[in-house]
Design a protein around this ligand. Structure first.
Ligand code: NAG
Length: 141
């Protein structure tokens, strides 16, 4: 059975590997930092509490702070190329300001449920780039 359909087996195995493989650093950056279009939750505090949870940033421990960028993923990526200016090492500053929601954990909550305080702003950002793609959100430029 298996020997008669090696192609099918191969495709199946490849599909399993694809599902099981770890996310790349760039995928992790997007999971942690890009929310576009911005998830519609009118209350900013609820937005932080929900998004931090949805993006798996409160698994076991509350990530102390995290910023969400509300711009097209491709536009955020471009900070590493045409949309950014080299700062130092592998850091680039965006040439334009982005709409941001910074979420910071409220005093003490280290274990879920995590409670976050939001701060909305529009600012230029600084990211670390590897192979022309953002992999780390450094902060505002
Ligand atoms: C969060 O983790 C769960 C369980 O591992 C997974 O199914 C889900 O896809 C993850 N969510 C994100 C946004 O990566």
């Amino acid at each position: 059975m298996v020997l008669k359909a090696p192609g099918v087996l191969l495709v199946f195995l490849l599909a399993c590997f694809a599902l099981a493989r770890r996310e790349t650093r760039h995928e992790k950056f997007r999971r942690q930092h890009v929310d576009f279009p911005k998830t519609s939750i009118p209350d900013a505090r609820r937005y932080c509490n929900l998004l931090m949870q949805q993006r798996n940033l409160t698994v076991g421990i509350c990530k102390p702070s995290n910023t969400f960028i509300h711009a097209e993923p491709a536009q955020v990526d471009s900070v590493c190329t045409s949309g950014g200016t080299h700062h130092d090492e592998n850091y680039y500053n965006s040439n334009v300001a982005f709409a941001l929601t910074a979420c910071r954990v409220v005093g003490g909550s280290q274990r879920p449920p995590c409670n976050y305080r939001p701060k909305l702003s529009t600012q230029r950002i600084r990211v670390a780039c590897v192979n022309g793609m953002p992999v780390h959100y450094k902060g505002q430029a």
